[in-house]
Design a protein. Sequence first.
Length: 216
Amino acid sequence: MIIAIDGPAGAGKSTVAKLVGSELGLDLLDTGAMYRVFALAASRAGISENDQSRINSLLQETSIGFSESQPRRAILNGTDVADEIRSLEISQLASQLSAISEVRRAMVKAQQQIIATGDWVLEGRDVTTVVAPNADLKIFLTASIEERARRRWVEMIDRGESVRLQAVVKEVVERDHRDYTRDDSPLMLAEDAVIIETFDVSPAQVAGKVVALARR
Ligand code: DC
């Protein structure tokens, strides 16, 4: 079984996907983490989103993966980077780099290889439309921009980061705009996706709805 969940930043995709995965015994693929790991590699190498030839070389040289152990943690060239990829700077750079077709092609190929065997719940921006267009169940999670930014801010404060709510709102607005309007596979609603509004509903309730739909 493949369950694909798309939606904008902070819609609750990761939390819901984790709960659905553990309830139904599906492995979890966080596709956004892969763009983030690549962004971290670019940031460390001092490569900007405009440097196409260095980005192409970096795609060849970079190994992006996940730990064998659960919950899976993001790995860059053999090293755990799961915490480092969550900063505002890496969020922005991941969004910028994800607009580049060569980057998308490499990530989609790797993601399709990962889900070729086994049962998966995957989440991202293009998993219902490009990565797994034949998924058994497609979900589009959404909430207002204020609510999504507030969630991201709470996550960052809980991790001990000192960041202003307004800075996170600005970051989410910019990222939404870029993710929805890029030319290559923008975030969009698949015709056969079920839309679930996550405002004022607990992740467990949203996951319960997804599980019920999957069982049906
Ligand atoms: O889901 P996330 O916030 O971790 O994703 C980070 C960025 O990666 C997001 O702003 C856009 C990009 N992304 C993408 O283009 N396609 C995906 N399937 C997942 C993420």
